[in-house]
Design a protein around this ligand. Structure first.
Ligand code: F6P
Length: 332
């Protein structure tokens, strides 16, 4: 018979994302409901080395489901990338009687979790990142909130940009992935969406499109630029110099990571938190929770991390089809 799980721990790691608190709450409440002791580890993997751990109760997660950020704090830990780090972390977890660890974070955090699994710690990963760049899942906690924040900001910039008949470049986060750019660009009707996965754009064509659209009486030109391409200020200067049209760049930055999570992020984070504890209690080993093909599932951590993420082609096609591009071929 399987040994009963007595004590588990939860941590958040890497860039914070709205909805992480909802996931922590779900992990804690599910554990408490099942009679399992639950401990929160502060500051990601760093908290393991510092033994910065706190016993959690149903009350300690009261009133946090609507709050952005993470009550457990977060960090990017370099020690976990060494040979010795995960070994030491695993020993500390064992010495603290921890039977299973829930890691809420992105790809980098999963590498740490995977290293712990190789050292005998049972880990369950919950995808938490605004970037949506985890290959095994179509959903990550925080993306929905972040992309909606970006959309709201872009709408506002578009108002003032149109009034001044300017070109506006808006840079959104996403590290080396273009999901926030692609979805916020489609949602705001941007004239151009630049994403690293589709890095074949030709700056001269962008300039030509700006000039042609303007000749046709189009009074705004919104370019969504992904962080993975960057250099928005430089691009603005070059467009202005080439076209004579005032061009401004705005880097949205960290405001995309904060704020109250959307309903979708709260609910999906809650479901994933509950699944994580259930998996541990069922004796499942080293799994990553994912949302695939319209449902929740879990995958082996090594399998999940070996997957490669690609942007759905049809989304890029939709973006290109709906973009207002005046070209000689489509002129009437
Ligand atoms: O992974 C989330 C993210 O916000 C990325 O979009 C961005 O590249 C990165 O984190 C910024 O990280 P940091 O908070 O370490 O500056």
């Amino acid at each position: 018979m399987r040994n009963k799980v007595e004590k588990i721990a939860v941590l958040t790691s890497g860039g914070d994302s709205p909805g992480m608190n909802a996931a922590i709450r779900a992990v804690v409440r599910t554990a408490v409901g099942r009679g399992v002791k639950i401990c929160g580890i502060r500051k990601g993997f760093t908290g393991i080395f510092e033994e910065n751990m706190v016993e959690m109760t149903a009350e300690s997660v009261s009133g946090i489901i609507m709050r952005g950020g993470t009550i457990l704090y977060t960090a990017r830990n370099k020690e976990m990338l060494t040979e010795e780090g995960p070994k030491k972390a695993a020993e500390i977890l064992k010495a603290n009687g921890i039977d299973g660890l829930v890691v809420i974070g992105g790809d980098g955090s999963y590498r740490g979790a995977q290293a712990l699994s190789k050292n005998g710690v049972n880990v369950i990963g919950i995808p938490g990142t605004i970037d949506l760049d985890i290959a095994c899942t179509r959903y990550t906690i925080g993306f929905d909130t972040a992309v909606n924040t970006a959309v709201e900001a872009i709408d506002r910039i578009k108002d003032t940009s149109t009034s001044h008949e300017r070109v506006s470049i808006i840079e959104v986060m996403g590290r080396s992935a273009g999901y926030i750019a692609l979805e916020s660009g489609i949602a705001t009707g941007a004239e151009e969406i630049l994403i690293p996965e589709n890095y074949e754009y030709d700056e001269n064509k962008i300039i030509e499109a700006v000039v042609d659209n303007r000749k046709r009486g189009h009074t705004h030109h919104i370019i969504i630029n992904a962080e993975g391409i960057g250099d928005s200020m430089g691009l603005a200067k070059r467009i202005e110099a080439a076209t004579g049209i005032e061009t401004r760049a705005t880097v949205l930055g960290y405001l995309q990571r904060g704020g109250n999570p959307t309903c979708r992020d709260r609910v999906m984070a809650s479901v994933m938190g509950e699944i994580a504890v259930k998996l541990l209690c069922e004796g499942k080993q080293n799994r990553i929770i994912a949302f695939r093909e319209g449902g929740y599932t879990d995958l082996d951590i090594d399998e999940a991390l070996a997957m490669k993420k690609t942007i759905p082609e049809y989304m890029v096609e939709v973006a290109e089809t709906l973009t207002y591009h005046y070209t000689k071929e489509n002129s009437i």
